[in-house]
Design a protein around this ligand. Structure first.
Ligand code: UD1
Ligand code: CA
Length: 451
């Protein structure tokens, strides 16, 4: 919203005990990114915006995550967990600065979109005192109910304080609120804790804003967007919703997926044109796939770049730091890590390539292993362009194979190999004529004598 200044406060002081985890609730991942990162990614950004995150007293890790995602975030600590309005007041100092809009969101609601944040701010520009995000809950139990009278929102009633009639209401508070910044502090200061839980409820703001003679409006959205995460089951549900969204976006962008419901994406996976993904492929964080690449079934890819028309899998594992050049190929049962594989190189079967650089059009035979680790340190293997590594070779790093060089199958290579040389590092083959016949005859005779 041009011309208006906005402060967004994200509440993340939850204990998350129902996750049964030693990790703070908002750090759990959906599509590879923390719940908090999703919310912070959707929160208003750009000119005139400021961001504050409220964390609990022991949650340095949450503060670190907030700053990693949005370096401009100011962190406030809520020393005691006395309710959502109390949490907002932990950021009192920020609220007291004169912003046009004050937007409050919860750190455990990862599916919220940037568009919804924009929709929340629009009524403020038109003069409303408060906008509340609402949704129709399939099961409203536990949510604050939106009490609407004559088309106006008059109150939000928390489950514990609601009458039987109010509990029948299915329109619920999603947790996102947008205040006219000029009245926000005055309203927050008036919120008391005279409810059944003895907490300071942000939801009491509705009645207070109304008493000031200002309009309170409800902005509605679908339940899927505002699912709050309190348990691992809800985390898995959110993952499902997010995966469906990411798959749809990939299909809309022209990616071909034979069975999209079996492909798992990360929030930051990117695709070029005419990419094909076969069933049962998992993309971890940090993967980009170039134009025309094909990812065959059952591949697992993390923090890697895949070039144009490259072929991956089936059953390939690309670990962090793999860069696959244009038209290069990684086949079945191949694992790569910190590997730069130049254009047109082929690593077709049963191979480990770690801490390595493979030159353009090199051919790596089946069963080749880069021996990159001695139990203490990692070393590099460099393979020149057009080199040919015979099957079942061990390349003991640090080692360099020259451009166009040949390595005989079954070699253990411990020394550098010059350009265009042939290196063989294995026992020499010997043969004895008719040895097998003599062996069999002698054995058969000995056996006959024993009878
Ligand atoms: C809250 C709303 C309810 C709404 C529901 C939507 C209030 C009083 N109730 O209920 O109307 O339907 O969310 O999911 O606002 N938090 C703090 N410090 C506190 C208390 C909470 O930081 O002292 C944070 C939590 O980390 C969480 C959020 O505020 O991110 C909501 O708190 P929670 O206790 O989950 O509220 P609900 O009971 O779910
Ligand atoms: Ca909640």
């Amino acid at each position: 919203m041009t011309g208006r200044t906005t402060l967004t406060i994200v509440l993340a002081a939850g204990e998350g005990t129902r996750m049964r985890s030693s990790m703070p609730k908002v750090l759990h991942p959906v599509a590879g990114q923390s719940l908090l990162a999703h919310v912070l990614g959707a929160a208003p950004k750009g000119g005139g915006t400021a961001l504050a995150v409220v964390v609990g007293p022991d949650h340095q890790a949450v503060a670190d995550e907030a700053c990693r995602v949005r370096s401009e975030a100011d962190i406030y600590v809520q020393a005691e967990r006395l309710g959502t309005a109390h949490a907002v007041m932990a950021a009192h100092e920020a609220v007291a600065r004169d912003y046009d809009d004050l937007v409050i969101a919860f750190g455990d609601t990862p599916l919220i979109s940037a568009a919804t944040f924009e929709r929340m701010r629009a009524p403020l520009a038109a003069g409303a005192g408060l906008a509340v995000l609402g949704f129709h809950a399939a099961d409203p139990t536990g949510y604050g109910r939106l009490v609407v009278d004559g088309g106006q929102l008059v109150a939000i009633r928390e489950q514990a304080d609601a009458s039987a009639d109010e509990r029948a209401i299915t329109l619920c508070n999603a947790g996102v609120m947008a205040f006219d910044g000029r009245i926000a502090l005055k309203v927050l200061e008036q919120i008391g804790n005279t409810n059944s839980k003895g907490e300071y409820y942000l939801t009491d703001a509705v009645a207070i804003v109304r008493a000031l003679g200002r309009d309170v409006v409800v902005i509605e959205t679908g339940e899927d967007e505002v699912r709050g995460i309190n348990t691992k089951a809800q985390l898995a549900q959110a993952e499902q919703v997010m995966q469906a969204r990411l798959r749809q976006a990939a299909l809309d962008a022209g990616v071909t997926m034979i069975a999209p419901e079996t492909v798992f994406l990360s929030a930051d996976t990117t695709f070029g044109k005419d990419v094909t993904i076969e069933p049962n492929v998992v993309f971890g964080l940090g993967v980009s796939v170039g134009d025309g690449a094909v990812i065959h079934a059952f591949s697992y890819i993390e923090k890697s770049t895949i070039g144009a028309r490259a072929l991956v899998g089936p059953f390939a594992r690309m670990r962090p730091g793999t860069s696959l050049g244009d038209g290069a190929k990684i086949g079945n049962f191949v694992e790569t890590k910190a590997a730069i594989i130049d254009a047109g190189a082929k690593v077709n079967h049963l191979t480990y390539i770690g801490d390595a650089h493979i030159g353009a059009k090199a051919n790596i035979g089946a069963g080749t292993i880069t021996c990159n680790y001695d139990g203490f340190d990692k070393y590099k293997t460099i393979i020149g362009k057009g080199a040919f590594i015979g099957s079942n070779s061990s390349l003991v790093a640090p080692v360099r194979i020259g451009d166009g060089a040949y390595i005989g199958s079954g070699s253990v290579i411990t020394k550098d190999v010059a350009d265009n040389a042939l290196a063989i590092g294995r026992g020499q083959q010997t043969a004895r004529e008719n040895w097998a016949t003599r062996f069999r005859d002698a054995k058969a005779a000995a056996k006959a004598e024993r009878k």
